[in-house]
Design a protein around this ligand. Structure first.
Ligand SMILES: C[S@@+](CC[C@H](N)C(=O)[O-])C[C@H]1O[C@@H](n2cnc3c(N)ncnc32)[C@H](O)[C@@H]1O
Length: 271
């Protein structure tokens, strides 16, 4: 807090000009009224309330785990130390984002991109509470990601990280810029298609396109089932195995054959 001497000195200076005096007085008033509220500010700035809300209402802050993590780590090893990597679909920044931050060197540039706004179809929202929750928590997901990035920025071995709140529909990136693009945004057909087309354009020749949520390697039969469920995130195929129709169909149409392990798919683009 300001000392009494300094307050008197500044008051004397300000009182020669009534406007300056009024401004000074207003500033002091605001300071003394707000100062006792610092515990409330701390709650918001440190995200305590958000963390409590998320702990109560969000079942999973990370949508990746187990074998998928190993696949991503292996793919990262194929990129150069100064790689440029783009992640489409970050959510809370606790899943694939952390794998990339940990796996990339401090010479690398990592870009996280997410719409952080509503995107779930009406059909899915009517189907399950999980989807309704997911659509309503983008603010919390974005602020958590910011915290993950700030935490990483304190580490010397962290890549440089850029956070982009956009979908690729309205983002300009020059052709051949990235070494690896990971697609885990919306799983609806048209969105995945757009993301794959975008990735193929911005990847260097020989770069890696990869993504999450391809449970079954696509075939003509699976594509036919997918076409009947384009407004749904996750449905069973005729054998009862659940899969993401939008991801399966878009990958099948645009990339043909891809490698896949535990739902993570990838392909190296032609040089
Ligand atoms: C499946 S979650 C991502 C999970 C995250 N990769 C992880 O490992 O935890 C999908 C995310 O994609 C975002 N999203 C949806 N549509 C998008 C789009 N068109 N472009 C970018 N992000 C999108 C959503 O806001 C959501 O946060």
């Amino acid at each position: 807090m300001e000392s009494k001497v300094s307050i008197i000195r500044r008051l004397a200076k300000a009182s020669r000009n009534p406007i300056l005096f009024a401004q000074w007085f207003r500033g002091r008033l605001r300071h003394y009224l707000l100062w006792p509220l610092w515990p409330l500010r701390a709650i918001f700035e440190r995200g305590w309330l958000e963390n409590a809300f998320v702990a109560l209402f969000v079942p999973r802050k990370s949508q990746i785990g187990g074998e998928n993590v190993n696949v991503l780590r292996t793919l990262l090893k194929l990129t150069p130390p100064d790689a440029r990597v783009l992640e489409i679909g970050t959510y809370f920044g606790e899943g694939s984002t952390r794998v990339f931050i940990d796996g990339l060197s401090n010479q690398a540039s990592f870009f996280v991109m997410d719409k952080w706004s509503e995107y779930i179809s009406t059909t899915d929202k009517a189907k399950a509470r999980f989807y309704r929750i997911m659509d309503g928590i983008s603010y919390f997901a974005a602020t958590n990601t910011l915290r993950v990035i700030r935490e990483a920025g304190r580490r010397e071995d962290s890549p440089s990280i850029t956070m982009i709140r956009r979908s690729c529909n309205d983002l300009f990136v020059r052709d051949g810029f990235f070494d690896l693009v990971f697609i885990d945004g919306s799983h609806y057909y048209q969105d995945v298609r757009t993301d794959i087309e975008f990735a193929l354009r911005i990847l260097k020749p020989g770069g890696i396109i990869c993504g999450d949520d391809l449970e079954i390697l696509p075939s003509a039969n699976l594509a036919a089932v997918a076409k009947q469920n384009l407004d749904q995130d996750y449905v069973p195929n005729p054998d009862g195995l659940e899969f993401h129709p939008g991801v399966a169909l878009a990958v099948y149409e645009l990339l043909g054959t891809v490698e896949m392990k535990a739902g993570t798919w990838w392909k190296v683009t032609t040089k």
